[in-house]
Design a protein around this ligand. Structure first.
Ligand code: BG6
Length: 325
């Protein structure tokens, strides 16, 4: 097992494989300070991310349906090769409903930057999952690809997901992509999203009408389903009641989706509690407006980095730079 997880300096156990609700393998990443992440091979879905106090940072519905092949409501879902219903495939594409495999012999992580103390803690415990299309997938979407998903947990508890999609087809193909990320929040009415002010967005609640964000930070008082276009590399979600800030960093992912179903839609979702909209917010790093096109042999990389800090913490530019953003 140790060959796909780099060892911690203090030799604390870094990974463990157990079974999920369907008897499908899941990988537990742990760091020596008690932070952890759980990834199911079902969908390559991150199903838990806990800080060093054992607090769960991702939302999972109490009514989630844990039954293959449907993806579970919550965590971080991989939406590929289609986002939403903009295409011929099922909603959000097939990747989230497939069984991925662990790569027992992954390429090593890049060496830490010598000048930078905190980056040396980056990506020490990781797993690489692979997805290749089945014959049935190729009937629906006739493009051969290899999808490598690396999930890493750092010493400071940061969670990083790196997706690499390679075209192993004879012809170019295009796809859209999102990390559909369910953040756990204490009360959606007390939550603010910073970093998306003044941006153009597509309002998915009104036929993808193109609008411009007018307000300061985004706050919530009704259903929201928007795709912010060409958003910055870093967006922050402030949970005032819990005094927690999520910092969402991204690379290769120009867009950001913000989704909360609110009360009426919640009641129509079989795998979601009527009041659970109060305790979640989806903020997805995504590539939607302009689909990614890969020529034969080309590879695309999309990276998401999640940090959860106390709201009093000042996440200044230097800190971001030290983490590679
Ligand atoms: O119920 P699903 O397929 O997981 O999708 C949930 C939501 O996911 C969001 O990302 C979309 O913007 C919404 O339109 C969608 O309703």
């Amino acid at each position: 097992m140790g060959h796909y997880a780099a060892e911690w300096d203090d030799k604390a156990a870094a990974t463990e494989i157990t079974k999920d609700w369907n008897g499908i393998d899941q990988v537990l990443l742990r760091n020596p300070h008690g932070a952890s992440a759980k990834i199911s091979l079902h969908g390559g879905q991150v199903i838990s991310w806990r800080n060093d106090k054992g607090e769960e940072l991702l939302f999972t519905s109490n009514k989630a349906i844990f039954k293959h092949p449907k993806s579970m409501r919550g965590g971080i879902q991989i939406c590929y090769p289609q986002f939403g219903d903009c295409g011929l495939l099922d909603q959000h594409g097939f990747a989230r409903n497939k069984i991925w495999v662990i790569d027992d012999n992954p390429p090593p992580p890049p060496p830490p930057l010598p000048t930078n103390e905190s980056s040396s803690s980056f990506g020490k415990s990781f797993v690489d999952l692979l997805l290749k299309p089945s014959e049935d997938d190729l009937k629906l979407w006739p493009h051969s690809f290899e999808f490598r998903l690396r999930v890493s947990l750092a010493l400071d508890g940061d969670l990083t997901l790196i997706s690499r999609v390679r075209n192993i087809n004879g012809k170019p193909f295009s796809f859209s992509f999102a990390y559909h990320t369910y953040l756990a929040v204490s009360d959606i009415s007390e939550v603010r999203v910073e970093g998306l002010e003044t941006l153009d967005y597509l309002d998915n609640l009104s036929k993808r009408e193109l609008l411009t964000e007018q307000g300061d930070a985004i706050t919530f008082e009704s259903e929201m389903d928007r795709t912010y276009l060409r958003s910055p590399k870093v967006v922050a979600v402030l949970d005032h009641e819990r005094k927690r800030t999520y910092v969402i960093g991204k690379e290769g992912l120009p867009d950001t989706v913000v989704w909360n179903p609110w009360e009426k839609k919640s009641k129509t979702m079989a795998d979601f509690g009527d009041d659970e909209y109060k305790n979640m917010l989806c903020v997805d790093g995504a590539a939607l407006e302009r689909p990614i096109t890969l020529k034969p042999g080309e590879e695309w990389t999309g990276k998401l980095m999640l940090t959860a800090v106390k709201s009093s913490f000042c996440f200044d530019q230097l800190e971001l730079q030290s983490k590679g953003f």
